[in-house]
Write a protein that binds this ligand. Structure first.
Ligand SMILES: *Cc1c(COP(=O)(O)O)cnc(C)c1O
Length: 366
């Protein structure tokens, strides 16, 4: 059967070329007579795969040498615990910016490990339980100059809200949950103390989590920190304190190579911009659909939209599936539809979606 376009928020599409290569190498990797999945993580062969993946990521994101790259378990949510366990020490509190569902989830978890100062930047006129449609710009965030760190989520996957500017924290380390935006556009890594991301959106299959952390932030973990969450021990062991998710690491490496062949982050960012513009423009120009998030904060990766007549929702999803457009149902907390258009979604997928939306609107507008 032919491949469909999958708009899932995660796990999400992987580049077809990557999967074809993985398939070709699956049983007999580089003539070793063995799958890469069957190799010891400490074998020279796997160590080379691991090192190459890290080198390619460093090149793609221009990660300076005073940052460690850690390949971890536990997903984005694992980092909701690992970040405070490692960084929330010496009696300080941490600032947590709240801009939607994922940043709220991060607050809940972090509150178990220390004092959290919640800074709600979602539009204040928003009725309780309603969707976030705008946020306060970073220059106006009321930050604590003595905080251990500032945590925020640049792209709220559920709400479809993305923050493109950074606050000036006057030296307080910025910690960013980039699970759904990493590698989608260029960023200046030196502006961050720590970046983390679950792999299943823009990096590879689930089961792997990336942490990029400035070296001076290591070594102060709370004494109860589990060893597999301790950045210092992970760094000391080259992310192999215990058995890492080797196959996911290998696949992430293939995705990094694919991204390099596509021209790197700057090149994919242009495509991402085009994809998002195409979709938002269509939504804005058609009364049948809406997205009321303030233009400056619209996500390039996750595009929620609503049908003017919500009674047509299930019909929309059914007919979309028949057209080969999958997983467009919005998150249960915000309803409507959501198109996640990560790096691996080709522009053809967004074109097919817009065409389908147009046909559907014409058919049901009467
Ligand atoms: C998906 C996601 C998470 C959670 O990731 P898990 O790997 O499922 O724990 C956290 N933060 C953001 C922004 C996400 O998009």
């Amino acid at each position: 059967m032919s491949r469909i376009f999958n708009f899932s928020a995660g796990p999400s599409m992987l580049p077809t070329e990557v999967m074809a290569k993985a398939q070709q190498e699956f049983v007999n990797w580089k003539n070793t007579g063995s799958s890469v999945m069957e190799l010891s993580h400490r074998s020279p062969e796997f160590m080379a795969v691991a090192a190459q993946a890290e080198a390619d990521l460093r090149e793609l994101m221009q990660i300076p040498t005073n940052y460690k790259v850690l390949f971890c378990h536990g997903g984005g949510r694992g980092q909701f615990s690992a970040v405070p366990l490692n960084l929330l020490t010496s009696g300080k509190s941490a600032d947590y910016i709240v801009s939607g569902s994922w940043s709220i989830a991060a607050v809940k978890e972090a509150s178990n490990y220390g004092e959290i100062n919640i800074i709600d930047i979602s539009d204040t006129k928003k009725p309780k339980g309603k969707r976030v449609t705008s946020v306060i710009e970073p220059s106006r965030w009321p930050l604590n100059p003595d905080a251990a760190y500032v945590h925020y989520c640049p792209n709220e996957t559920v709400d479809g809200v993305e923050i493109f500017e950074l606050p000036d924290t006057k030296g307080v380390p910025i910690v960013a949950d980039m699970s759904s935006t990493i590698l989608s556009r260029t960023i200046d890594v030196t502006k961050y103390g720590l970046i983390y991301a679950g792999a299943q959106k823009n990096i590879g299959p689930s089961g792997l989590t990336l942490v990029i952390v400035r070296e001076d932030l290591l070594g102060n973990a709370q004494s109860t920190t589990p060893c597999i969450m301790n950045y210092q021990s992970l760094a000391d062991y080259g992310s192999m304190y215990n058995t890492p998710p080797t196959y996911a690491w290998y696949l992430a490496g293939l995705v990094f190579q694919w991204l390099k062949q596509m021209g790197g982050v700057e090149a994919i960012a242009k495509v991402n911009q085009e994809k998002a513009e195409l979709l938002y423009r269509y939504i804005d120009d058609n009364a049948f659909y809406s997205n009321n998030i303030k233009t400056d904060y619209r996500s390039l990766m996750n595009v929620p939209f609503w049908l003017a007549d919500e009674s047509l929702n299930s019909k929309f999803l059914e007919e979309a599936e028949q057209a080969g457009l999958m997983a467009l149902k919005g998150h249960r907390s915000v309803g409507g539809m959501r198109a996640s258009i990560y790096n691996a979604m080709p522009i053809e997928g967004v074109e097919a979606l817009v065409n389908f939306m147009n046909v559907f609107a014409q058919k049901h507008s009467l």
